[in-house]
Design a protein around this ligand. Structure first.
Ligand code: SF4
Ligand code: SF4
Length: 261
């Protein structure tokens, strides 16, 4: 049975600044509560997987096998994963219950952004000057009819997408660069490395420590010790390597310290 709520997203053509005000409230008492958590194509980012697999206390391989579906991004040609919806009539997210999201503190970035989208005018300025925001409104969402007032800034502070933006920055830059290049072919080996580094952190750790990788890329010893145990540092290291070495984009900042920026 298809959800009684149509799955339509409307982008409201209005540029918002951080101080722009809007009214919105999502809460268990609202008639549409959790209706947005089914039948969705939710692309996962590297940091989404890190947070969720840690919360569920499972390996990245186990998370990928149980909770994701592979997909190739159209026009970019890079492999990504989406969150696998339930295989029954509900097509609901595996983490939703009538009481809400069971992994709420570690929900993916996409679940945090709604209803505020974020864009930049120039690909070089991913996080700063040329940024702007806009509304994304789903037909079934009644949250806009509620009375709680926000600014874009206070909403983002509440939902914490900034940390996700920072952690995924090198990955996002690779996607944007690939999109700007159009249909440039990427080798099968590069696609496999992109997938492993982006999503399979446990396999990437084995790859780094059980191959000549560290010797080949002359990694400083303090960084080696950091990435040996710390998934966040390893992910940042891997995404930076993807961006600068595999895809040849200019380095922006040292990789393993970005979380603390
Ligand atoms: S992860 Fe949580 S917030 Fe996101 S779709 Fe699933 S239940 Fe909803
Ligand atoms: S549809 Fe809107 S108000 Fe309703 S649960 Fe989803 S985000 Fe909240």
């Amino acid at each position: 049975m298809k959800s009684e709520f149509p799955d339509k997203k409307e982008i409201i053509p209005q540029k918002l600044a951080r101080e722009s005000k809007f009214k919105f409230k999502c809460h268990p008492g609202i008639a549409c509560f959790t209706k947005c958590c089914s039948d969705i194509n939710l692309i996962l980012t590297p940091y989404d997987i890190l947070r969720m697999k840690k919360r569920l206390n499972i390996s990245s391989e186990a998370f990928l096998a149980k909770y994701t579906r592979p997909q190739t991004l159209e026009k970019i040609g890079l492999p990504v994963v989406t969150l696998k919806m339930m295989d029954d009539d509900s097509k609901s997210c595996p983490f939703v219950t009538p009481k809400g999201c069971t992994i709420y503190p570690d929900r993916p970035a996409t679940c945090r952004y709604y209803p505020i989208g974020f864009a930049t005018l120039k690909e070089e300025n991913i996080t700063t000057k040329d940024e702007f925001f806009f509304f994304v409104k789903e037909d079934h969402c009644l949250g806009f009819e509620e009375d709680q007032e926000w600014t874009v800034q206070s909403w983002r502070e509440d939902q914490e997408p900034e940390l996700y933006d920072r952690m995924n920055r090198d990955w996002t830059e690779v996607l944007i660069k690939k999109q700007s290049l159009g249909a440039v072919e990427t080798s099968e080996k590069s696609l496999q490395l992109f997938f492993m580094v982006s999503y399979d952190i446990d396999r990437f750790r084995r790859f780094v420590f059980q191959s000549p990788f560290l010797k080949k890329y002359q990694t400083p010893s303090d960084l080696v010790e950091e990435i040996r145990e710390d998934d966040d540092a390893l992910m940042l290291f891997g995404l930076h390597w993807l961006k600068t070495t595999l895809f040849g984009l200019a380095p922006a900042k040292p990789a393993a310290s970005e979380k603390s920026l």
